[in-house]
Design a protein. Structure first.
Length: 521
């Protein structure tokens, strides 16, 4: 295994043993930012000097070891099979389902060093095994055993996502781990206290690196426990607040998505931007990134509106963004003036105005909508009603648009957003569905990539290498969501593609980069 100046790459197509899972998990997808926070802009008050630009004011139970597994063979299949005993129920963590993307666009694959030798072994890696109540002191560990803690909500309101992430982690174990690798799944119970206790349990059992937890507040609770033990953390949060030295986040950061799509839009000639965003930390982050990128490129953010993230009715906010009442009044006034004239020119002009809703151009030529799911659908449906014409205004989105069938809403058809290149995860999606007979949630690749990276770094000469220098290698890694690298600050940098919304599938407008630019000191 080489890393440093050469790309540390590890995710190549592997032939998994045929695995059958009895648990059926419905598709779930989306960004983290699950928590609802107090509104930061209760009313859409205009900024002084610019009545169209709105700015937000700011931007114990013991842990339960993961479900047990058993192996068996069937007459119809000679390969090992893994049976998950626990049955799960659906929840409503996110509103979006797994993406379906146009995979016909072929992106050239780089010439990367192969890790096929890790996949050609005949022995099976260690899998999850049932454990009794966790010990308060470290268990004796053989010198060649590498234990990796996996902190997931295997019970509670997020248990479906937790179970799916565990599934993905096991796929990576089969693909990349050797017999020395032991995965220690620990239930966080979906709570802050549960996450803290889970981290303590995993470390007491000898974990040398922690994968997870899922939500930002849980990561913040785990951080002091891990830091005191000198154990690095690869969390699944998409909240930049959780990062610190040796606490890394694998989540899809909205800043990267916004920077990528706005930079692309500016390159296509758009210079006047507007934003529709939820009135919370996520919305504030998106808006501030939009303003920063636009300012750097000499573009402008000329309008913005924020709405209650718990709302289901958005008529007023879209009406306000469209300046509909003033534009409508201007149309009515012009009609009245033309009606008073009897000449043929006036009559022809009046006839042209009969089918218009408003008169006058909007001040923006691109609109960034920072939402997904049902709220996005509701917002998009109102745009043409208030005369925001998608034919004149380019629609832009975040990774929350990375879902199947978004183009069913006409106003979003042709919209642009930034997301990982679908070709990078095509094999993962196909394998997951074959093994577990269900679509994986969008976050499942995070657990796969984290586990695969830990598995590879556990096999380096001289023992596992989870050091800061290795995890932050500037060339980065190649995962199921494309290339990524951890910065010394703990944040993740990803190579994102520009996607365009189609009637059923999204297509790649600009492929994701295959290498990173050198870091500047």
């Amino acid at each position: 295994m080489r890393y440093g100046n050469s790309m540390a790459r590890y995710f190549f197509i592997a032939h998994l043993p045929t695995i059958i899972l009895l648990t059926i998990i419905p598709p779930i997808a989306g960004c983290e930012h699950f928590e609802q926070i107090p509104r930061v802009q209760p009313q859409n008050e205009a900024v002084k000097g610019d009545e169209n630009l709105v700015i937000p004011r700011s931007h114990q139970r013991p842990p339960i070891i993961g479900p047990g597994f058993q192996r068996k063979r069937t007459p119809s299949d000679q390969s090992n099979r893994v049976i998950l005993q626990n049955q799960k129920k659906s929840n409503e963590i996110v509103e979006m389902t797994n993406e379906g993307l146009d995979l016909s666009t072929k992106v050239p694959q780089p010439n990367l060093p192969s890790l096929a030798h890790l996949l050609a072994r005949t022995e099976q890696p260690s899998l999850v095994s049932p454990q009794v109540a966790p010990s308060l002191s470290p268990l004796p560990v053989s010198a060649d055993i590498v234990r990796v803690g996996l902190l997931l909500p295997l019970s509670g309101s997020n248990e479906i996502i937790g179970a799916a992430l565990l599934n993905a982690a096991q796929m990576a174990i089969f693909d990349f781990a050797d017999r020395r690798m032991q995965l220690l799944p620990v239930d966080t119970l979906g709570t802050v206290d549960g996450a803290r206790a889970a981290a303590q349990s995993a470390i007491a059992d000898g974990a040398q690196i922690l994968l997870g937890p899922l939500l930002a507040e849980s990561v913040l609770a785990v951080t002091p426990v891990a830091r005191a033990a000198g154990v690095p953390v690869m969390a699944f949060s998409s909240d930049r607040r959780v990062v610190s030295t040796e606490v890394y986040t694998l989540g899809f950061l909205p800043e990267d998505q916004v920077r990528r799509v706005i930079t692309y839009a500016i390159g296509q000639g758009h210079s006047r931007f507007a934003a529709l965003a939820p009135d919370n930390i996520f919305g504030a982050t998106v808006f501030e990134t939009l303003r920063s990128v636009a300012s750097e490129a000499g573009a402008q953010v000329v309008a913005s509106r924020f709405y209650d993230p718990k709302a289901s009715e958005f008529t007023d906010v879209v009406r306000s963004l469209a300046d509909y009442d003033n534009r409508r009044a201007a149309l009515v006034s012009q009609r009245d003036q033309l009606k008073e004239s009897e000449d043929s020119v006036s009559k022809q002009a009046l006839k042209r105005l009969e089918n218009l809703q408003t008169i006058g151009d909007l001040p923006f030529d691109a609109l960034l909508i920072a939402d997904g799911g049902k709220r996005l659908e509701a917002l998009a449906a109102l745009l043409p009603f208030f005369d925001i014409d998608p034919g004149k205004v380019q629609m832009l989105g975040t990774g929350q648009w990375d879902v199947l069938g978004l183009g069913a809403e006409p106003a979003l058809l042709g919209g642009w957003y930034a997301a990982p290149d679908p070709l990078a995860r095509e094999v993962f999606l196909r394998q997951y569905k074959k093994i577990y007979d269900s679509e994986p949630p969008r976050l499942a690749t995070l657990a796969y990539d984290a586990t695969a990276l830990a598995s590879v770094l556990a096999q380096v000469d001289g023992g596992p290498d989870f050091s800061l220098a290795t995890l932050t290698t500037p060339s980065g890694f190649d995962g199921r969501d494309g290339i990524f690298r951890f910065l010394p600050s703990g944040t993740i940098e990803r190579g994102l593609a520009i996607m365009q919304v189609g009637k059923r599938f999204s297509s790649v407008l600009r492929p994701a980069p295959k290498t990173f630019e050198p870091l500047l000191n």
